[in-house]
Design a protein around this ligand. Structure first.
Ligand code: SF4
Ligand code: SF4
Length: 431
C-alpha cells in the first residue's frame, strides 16, 4: 500500500532525533518540574509511541511499508489531542512539521477506513444536523432569541457574530454568547448573526481526520460568510477562531474577511471606553490559553521554494521557510481585559501562551479516551490551584466544558470555571 501524502513528509519525519523535547516544556521557559510535561497522551500512557516522535516514526514505517495500518495503530494515532504543543516544542530546536505529520497520519487512516465507529457517527450527525452531537431539540439561531440582533444576509451589518455549535447548544455556553451579544449592542457595534443558517465551523471533522468533509463544510461556510458582506467575523469560541483564521487558509479556503475572537474586539471596545468596567470584582483568577485560540490560531504561510542539502545531510530552504512558533496566537487581549478589571487579582500559571497545556478536550470524541483527557484537565486545574487561583478563566467553549467536567470529578479541590465573557459582563455591570 502506498501513501503519497506520508511519502512527501518522509524526510521531515526523519529529522526527528528522539530528543523527547516534544514531551516537556522547553528548558528556557521551564518553571516547575511538576508542571513541565507537555504532551497529554505521553503523560498518561508513558510510552514513546504516544508522542509526536512516536507518531512520526509510525507514519514513516507505514509509508515505507514496514508496518500495516490496523485498528491498534489507529487507536494510538486518534488518542492524540491535536493540541499542537509538540509542534511548538520541536520548532524550538529545529524546523519541524509535527502538526502536519500528525494530521496527515490521521487523514490517511480515515481514508483507509480505520476511523472509529464513534467518529463515523459524529460525521453523520454533522451532515444531518449541522452539529457534531446531532442535536435537534433547538434550531441553530435559538441561542439569540429575543436579542433583536440583525439577521444576515437579509439585513446588513459590519460584524458577523459567530456563536459556534458547542456554544449555541450548551445551556451554559449559550448564556455567554448572549452576554457577548449584549455587550456588543451596549457598545453600539453594528452586529448581526446568521441565525438558523449558521453551521458548525468544521473543527470536529478536522480533528478526526475527515479532510474532505472538513473542506466541504469550510467551503460552504466561506460562501455564506462572503454572502453576508461583513467586514469582520467575531467568534465567541476560541476553537472556532483557530479554525476560521488558521485552518481554513491552511486547507486553501480563504474568505478575505477579517476574523477576530470576542476578546480581541472586547479589548478594543474597553480601550475606547465603549465598554466601561466599573464594577470591582474581588476574584483570584488565572487564565488558560486554549490551543486553538493560542498557538493553533497562528496562520501558516504557504511556502513555495526549494529544499537544498549540504554535506549530504544538512537541509536548508531557499527562500527560508517561515517557521511557526505559535507566538502569533491570541494571548494578550484576554490578559489585558482581566488586568483592567478593578479588584481582580490575576496570576499566571506555569505553562502559558504558546506553551499552554491542553485541556484534553480536543482531538474529537475526547470521551473515547476519557481517563486520559480528564487527567489532562485535572492537571491543569491543579496548576491553577497551585498559583492560588479560585477561578479558572478561559475563552473557549470546549475548554470550559472540559474543565467543568474534570472539576466535578475531583475530590477535595475543584475549581470554578468561567468564560472571560461572563467576567466582562459582570464588571461592565449591564443587564
Ligand atoms: S519530534 Fe522533535 S522534539 Fe520530539 S523527539 Fe523528535 S526532534 Fe525531538
Ligand atoms: S498534538 Fe498534543 S497530544 Fe498530540 S502528540 Fe502533539 S503534544 Fe501530544
Amino acid at each position: 500500500m502506498s501513501y503519497p501524502e506520508l511519502k512527501s513528509l518522509e524526510s521531515d519525519i526523519a529529522t526527528c532525533f528522539r530528543c523527547s523535547l516534544c514531551k516537556m516544556v522547553p528548558l528556557p521557559v521551564f518553571k516547575k518540574q511538576e508542571f513541565s510535561n507537555i504532551c497529554p497522551i505521553n503523560s498518561h500512557y508513558m510510552f514513546h509511541s504516544y508522542s509526536a516522535s512516536g507518531l512520526g516514526y509510525m507514519a514513516l514505517a507505514l509509508s515505507e511499508g514496514r508496518i500495516q495500518a490496523d485498528k491498534a495503530l489507529a487507536d494510538i494515532v486518534f488518542s492524540c489531542r491535536t493540541c499542537g504543543y509538540c509542534d511548538m516544542a520541536c520548532n524550538f530546536i529545529m524546523e519541524s512539521k509535527r502538526n502536519e505529520i500528525n494530521m496527515t497520519l490521521r487523514e490517511t487512516l480515515v481514508r483507509e477506513g480505520l476511523a472509529p465507529e464513534e467518529y463515523k457517527r459524529t460525521m453523520q450527525n454533522l451532515k444531518d444536523t449541522g452539529n457534531p452531537a446531532g442535536l435537534t431539540h433547538t434550531r441553530a439561531g435559538d441561542w439569540a432569541a429575543g436579542l433583536n440582533l440583525k439577521k444576515l444576509p437579509e439585513q446588513k451589518a459590519d460584524i458577523l457574530l459567530y456563536a459556534g455549535c458547542l456554544t449555541r447548544y450548551d445551556k451554559n455556553a449559550l448564556l455567554s454568547a448572549r452576554k457577548m451579544a449584549k455587550l456588543l449592542l451596549h457598545a453600539g457595534v453594528d452586529v448581526g448573526i446568521l441565525g438558523d443558517e449558521e453551521n458548525c465551523c468544521g473543527l470536529p471533522a478536522h480533528w478526526m481526520g475527515f479532510k474532505d468533509n472538513f473542506t466541504a463544510l469550510a467551503e460552504r461556510n466561506a460562501s455564506s460568510f462572503k454572502g453576508a458582506h461583513v467586514k469582520t467575523i467575531v467568534t465567541v469560541c476560541g476553537a472556532c477562531l483557530g479554525t476560521l483564521k488558521a485552518k481554513y487558509p491552511k486547507y486553501g479556503i480563504n474568505t478575505g474577511i477579517e476574523v477576530l475572537h470576542g476578546t480581541e474586539l472586547l479589548e478594543r471596545l474597553i480601550e475606547k471606553k465603549k465598554i466601561k468596567l466599573t464594577r470591582p470584582l474581588n476574584l483570584k483568577v488565572t487564565y488558560h490559553d486554549p490551543c486553538y485560540l493560542g498557538r493553533q490560531s497562528e496562520p501558516q504561510e504557504e511556502w513555495k521554494g526549494e529544499e537544498r542539502t549540504v554535506f549530504g545531510q544538512m537541509k536548508y530552504t531557499v527562500p527560508p521557510r517561515k517557521i511557526n512558533y505559535g507566538t502569533g496566537g491570541v494571548f494578550d487581549p484576554p490578559r489585558a481585559i482581566l488586568k483592567s478589571i478593578k479588584g481582580l487579582s490575576f496570576r499566571e500559571m506555569y505553562r502559558i501562551r504558546e506553551y499552554s497545556h491542553c485541556c484534553g478536550g480536543g482531538g474529537g470524541r475526547a470521551e473515547m479516551y476519557e481517563k486520559m483527557s480528564l487527567e489532562a484537565a485535572k492537571d491543569r486545574i491543579k496548576e491553577a490551584r497551585e498559583v492560588g487561583a479560585d477561578y479558572l478563566v478561559t475563552s473557549c467553549s470546549h475548554c470550559k466544558a472540559q474543565f467543568e467536567k474534570a472539576s466535578s470529578d475531583i475530590n477535595g479541590h475543584p475549581i470554578s470555571v468561567l468564560d472571560i465573557i461572563d467576567i466582562v459582563f459582570q464588571a461592565a455591570d449591564i443587564d
